[in-house]
Design a protein around this ligand. Sequence first.
Ligand SMILES: [Zn+2]
Length: 429
Amino acid sequence: MLPSVHFSGCTPVWVWDTSFRVDGVPVKLLREGEAATFLGAQVGFNIVPRMASLAEITDIGLKIARSKLAPWQRIDALKTFFYPSTVHMQRMGTFSKSDWATIDRILRPELKKTFYLPQEASGEFLYGSAKRGGCGIRLLAEDSDIAAVDSGFKLLTSPEDRLASDATAHAKKTTGMRLRKNADVAELDQYLSGEEDGVFRESRGYGGVWSRARNASERLGVPRVVDGGHTAITHDGTILRRKQRREVMRTIRESLRLKRSETLTAKPDQGRAMECVAADSASTHFIESGDFTRFADWRFIHRARLNSVPLNGPSSWMAGDRRCRRCGYITESLSHVVDHCMRCAALYLAWHNAIVAMTKEASRDAVPGDRRKPVDWVTEAAPGPGHQEGKCGVHCRRRNGPVRQQDGRLRRCGRVQKREVRAAEGGAC
Ligand SMILES: [Zn+2]
């Protein structure tokens, strides 16, 4: 049962020592400074901020990030259990945005360690969209703003008429307190859009769900618009109406992630390889599942994608020897190490053949045509009777951008006949 609290609004403001009874049973009385939790939010008078809870949240996140699980399992656990568990507190406004930002700052170095990235690596890689090669990790500070906007919108567009009308009346009352007059619907929309000009120029602070929604809307750029006689919210060109009330959080979050991914790919150094990675979401399939990924691969791939592998060549600001440590080539760049260094030619061939074998195995049942027939790949032998022919071309060469990648694909098509001849003779395709 919820405890009772009785306080006087007259100066001096204080809590009265009044006991209440329900059916003759005394209700626990909250004294000044005491608090209780109701639906996840603290209630009471002059409540002490529950910094212990904030520390607990941080501790849980750090325990997962520092656990002995495989790195992709740690990321999966954080995404599946840790971040979703904070949404309710964000909706209730239990902690301020700066508190959530503190947890983000504490967790960020651990996340970079999980991806084996140097601490100076771009944060956009962690928090970018998984559709564009990013890791798709949530930013708690950003999520708290999105949750505030989402909660306000859901209250005002509730399918329960009484709840929606009560919420609208309460929001109008809060707007009226700011304006010092009765507010209409247009002024309510302006207030919740974060309008600072005109009648809203004078600042008066009134905390609460609507104030949080207003401040969050202003920071995120989510104004309210009138669409077909109904109020909707818009973000980055997308209009979210009443029927999309359940998609607000996901839409805004993904839009912000995509912007971060665009920022990353626009970076001349760290975004160079990410431009290719972002071309297809399949490039990041292994981040959550760890499929086809060894620990050595994991330690290398994220650094390579951000061009952060400790090599002699990429650091143009570094003085000293920039030659390849294996073959003595003039510049030890990433493309040289993973593709061009002739001391590793045998490894490149083995890598290529392993990918060909894996691709053939994975696509054995996915070849268009008559699926009842098993596939005989032209790299192995001529198709047997009752079998169909499949062609497998794998392009492993790493160049400096998607245009070169496309060039490679075209060259591969032009050489397919030669490869088939070589393959028939026992070579790789
Ligand atoms: Zn070399």
